[in-house]
Design a protein around this ligand. Structure first.
Ligand code: NAD
Ligand code: GLY
Length: 371
């Protein structure tokens, strides 16, 4: 088992990564949560459908009374209504501050259950068991807990660091291909911004043109190393700027435009990782337009995208639907926009007050049928 310690002002916590985590889990609970008396596991109907036996077996082995709360699957359920549903279950089960919420699912369940854990009794114990690649390399780490509101993404939330993260890379094997692509988008971001070796490992371990190549890729040992590296990078970024006041914004490469694409397509038609994959291409195009980097970088990135089946274009849509969402970006001020751009691979740079025309032109360039 590999262990990373995440260091934050609120608390330090362990991230355990192992394909055998379900065997160790009851022991980890006994060791790290001596004071806890009950467990509430939050998941969704899809994940529960696949892992019901596993979930029950693990929870039984923990030898604490437990309840399972099932939320409907989907980004549209990452909202206050679902949080309210969890609160009612926590009250029914008479949960106290020493008790545990386990978020067992992807980023949606992690953000939602984390939000409920952070607010119930002003904070109860939180364990993330991420079951998607995005959850494992990104959303479970760093304490952002949040819900969407009124079709505005991630707008009501806070920072609440988990008490433990348990990552089993083999849970990803039941993801469908779109969800693998979703996670690979986020991993490519780590490669582009922080560690070029990740891009090389992806490229070298994905068989060209083979139909099931992505599933095969995520089953390799190298991919487990990649998950570890991404977790390590994220903990280091968060440790430098836990509350996302400046440096942590660096993780937002591809997300400035990516989040707007998600909003423009109603938070459901294009998944997060796919939206940020397209967002990264548009932000590379903006970097090129501003003379920060040469065109060559784009062809290298697109070659990898092709192998990994990552999307780089958006369906045709009124560009204002995308740019209109920019004003909600948390990095922005009323009179100042802020982007993470690239001066090269692993050379990220913050860039302020980009002309709207530069943004619009490059978004349009990424649309299908754009002439
Ligand atoms: P998700 O949680 O919706 O999961 C994607 C799909 O995969 C869902 O249908 C889910 O039911 C299914 N699924 C989950 N685990 C599975 C498994 N093991 N096998 C089969 N299917 C499985 O989405 P996601 O991509 O994991 O996360 C995206 C969400 O995370 C967004 O809401 C995004 O805003 C958020 N996010 C948060 C942070 C953060 O720092 N808090 C970072 C990145 C993303
Ligand atoms: N996912 C971006 C962050 O955690 O800051």
């Amino acid at each position: 088992m590999r262990i990373i310690t995440a260091k934050t002002k609120l608390r330090n916590y362990p991230i355990y990564i192992s394909s055998k985590i379900s065997q160790y889990f009851p022991l980890l609970i006994k060791e790290n949560f001596k004071d806890s008396e009950k467990i509430v596991l939050v998941t969704n109907n899809k994940v529960f459908g696949i892992y019901e036996d596993k979930i029950n077996n693990i929870l039984k082995e923990c030898s604490l009374p437990y309840e399972i709360v099932i939320i409907q699957d989907g980004e549209e359920y990452k909202n206050l209504k679902s949080a309210d549903y969890i609160y009612r279950k926590l009250i029914d089960f008479n949960i106290h501050r020493n008790d545990i919420i386990i978020a067992f699912g992807g980023g949606v369940i992690g953000d939602l259950a984390g939000f409920a854990a952070s607010t119930f009794h002003r904070g109860i114990k939180l364990i993330h068991c991420p079951t998607t690649i995005i959850g494992q390399v990104d959303s479970s780490i760093g304490g952002k807990v949040v819900v969407n509101y009124n079709n505005i993404k991630n707008v009501i939330g806070s920072f609440y660091q988990p008490h433990m993260i348990a990552i089993d890379p083999t849970l990803n094997y039941t993801l469908d291909e779109n969800q693998i692509i979703n996670g690979l988008g986020e991993i490519v971001k780590y490669g582009l911004v922080f560690k070029k070796k990740i891009l090389e490992q992806l490229s070298e371990n994905v068989e060209d043109k083979k139909k099931d190549r992505l599933l095969e890729l995520i089953k390799t040992e190298v991919f487990k190393d990649i998950i570890y590296d991404c977790c390590y990078i994220k903990t280091r970024v968060v440790a430098k700027d836990e509350f996302d006041l400046d440096y942590r914004n660096i993780l937002n490469f591809g997300h400035t435009i990516g989040h707007c694409i998600e909003s423009a397509f109603n938070l459901s038609e294009i998944n997060h990782g796919m939206a940020i994959s397209i967002g990264m291409i548009i932000e590379i195009d903006i970097s090129i337009s501003l003379g920060l980097v040469s065109e060559d970088i784009k062809s290298v990135v697109l070659e990898l995208y092709k192998k990994l089946k990552l999307p780089y274009r958006i369906p045709k849509i009124d560009v204002e639907k995308i740019t209109g969402a920019l004003k909600y970006d948390k990095k922005f001020k009323t009179a100042q926009n802020k982007f993470v751009l690239l001066k090269g691979i692993n050379k990220p740079v913050f860039y302020y007050n980009i002309e709207k025309s530069v943004i619009v032109d490059n978004i349009k360039k990424s649309m299908y049928n754009y002439l």
